[in-house]
Ligand binder design. Structure first.
Ligand code: ZN
Length: 409
């Protein structure tokens, strides 16, 4: 409706719609013609300390709210152009070769040559396919890679089938895992967010992340010295009600499967507790915690986690919006935990990698992010030193995943 009004660009239509939909235009609280306005206060609406401005108005002076004279655009339509003039240093190609430990690309004989061309331009040396490949699918994918000219540009992780967890499941899962490793998988992953949230046991109870039936699998990985790449939960805001104060309002409104605040769903703290139990119970297993454990908005908490569990490293996929809005704290975190952070991107999109390079490598200020629904704010570069960049870009991954191509870095 609002969109149609903008296309037609007629004040009449907009006014009729606004009157039908929401308080807008004349008569809106604090706006021109509002009969509730206190006398002598112009168009302002007074509020008491601690009160919020009513919907449709904004604070213009201490204790005074006012409605804009024109219908405000919605958050999807408002795209202000910055007038800030500062130096720009886009980074189309990473300074050092990169292992992307978190890729969901699916190379085929038809696409692999073009894909490698793109990787070369970005300085992506190795993509680790983390799409839960197992059995036949894993073998087909590895066969495609090995039959190409680009054997050492890709590696794959194995998946785990969490269906029917119960007596006997562990032994079967370990046997499949060993077969997948033998076929060439270099670890397990990405264990998806459905683990802990939606996967059920045969008795219909929710499968807990720290369920003891799963222990044989984690222990087998520890024995083999191979990493487990695990994604638990979602950003904290996805577990909070969809109010005007939720900073992920747009994303939650766009994607109904991300709304984790509904009755019967598992809470954020419950998930992180189960996850941390897993780390504690298996100290000899190397875990790679995806997406900064969804603590990129609380680096102090992530630091404590890394201090507590030496068997955990973390991966930075899809949390760039949180790193780039706290450039000083993020810089210090990367320096302090330089041996514990791996580069990962998650969704493969050639156009999006340079935003990562720019945040990690430059001191640029207030530049655009690539996805409005993740973040309505701008990014800043965190300006990492050379040695830290090398570790994050590839050295840490090479240590944690010995199955990566180890030579010529
Ligand atoms: Zn992923």
């Amino acid at each position: 409706m609002r969109r149609a009004a903008l296309v037609l660009m007629t004040v009449v239509v907009a006014a009729v719609m606004a009157a039908a939909q929401a308080p807008a235009g004349r008569g809106r609280p604090g706006g021109p013609g509002d009969p509730t306005l206190p006398a002598g206060r112009g168009r302002g609406l007074q509020i008491q300390p601690g009160q919020e401005c009513p919907a449709g108005t904004t604070l213009v002076r201490v204790g005074v709210c006012q409605a804009p004279e024109f219908d405000p655009p919605s958050i999807v339509d408002y795209r202000p152009s910055s007038t800030l003039v500062v130096e720009q240093h886009p980074v189309p190609r990473a300074r050092y070769p990169v292992v992307d430990i978190h890729s969901h690309v699916n190379p085929t004989p038809q696409t692999i040559d073009q894909l490698v061309k793109e990787m070369d331009a970005l300085n992506l040396r190795v993509l680790v396919l983390a799409s839960n490949l197992s059995g036949e699918r894993l073998r087909t994918t590895l066969a495609t890679i090995n039959a190409s000219q680009h054997k050492d540009r890709f590696r794959a992780m194995a998946g785990i089938d969490f269906n029917n967890v119960g007596p006997g499941w562990g032994a079967k899962a370990v046997a499949q895992l060993e077969a997948d490793i033998k076929a060439g998988a270099i670890g397990v992953g990405e264990i998806s967010k459905s683990f802990g949230m939606t996967i059920r046991k045969p008795d219909a109870s929710r499968l807990r992340i720290d369920d003891p039936e799963l222990d044989p699998v984690w222990d087998a990985m520890g024995r083999m010295g191979l990493p487990v790449f695990i994604h638990t939960g979602e950003p904290e805001a996805f577990f909070q009600p969809l109010t005007m104060h939720n900073e992920r309002w747009l994303e939650l409104s766009l994607f109904n499967d991300r709304r984790n605040y509904l009755p019967g769903q598992v809470g954020f703290e419950e998930l992180t507790t189960q996850r941390d139990n897993l780390f504690r119970k298996h100290p000899k297993t190397q875990f790679i915690l995806a997406h900064f454990g969804w603590h990129a908005n609380n680096l102090g908490r992530l630091g404590k986690l890394l201090d507590t569990y030496p068997n955990v490293v973390t991966e930075m996929g899809a949390v760039l919006y949180d790193l780039g809005r706290q450039p000083r704290a993020a810089h210090d975190f990367f320096v302090k935990y330089q041996d514990r952070i791996l580069f990962g991107k998650d969704a493969y999109a050639r156009e999006e990698f340079p935003y990562y390079w720019r945040v990690l490598e430059t001191r640029d200020e207030y530049f655009d992010y690539y996805r409005d629904y993740h973040a309505f704010w701008k990014l800043y570069g965190i300006d990492l030193p050379e040695g830290v960049l090398r570790k994050v870009y590839h050295q840490n991954a090479l240590r944690v995943a010995p199955g990566l191509p180890q030579r010529n870095w």
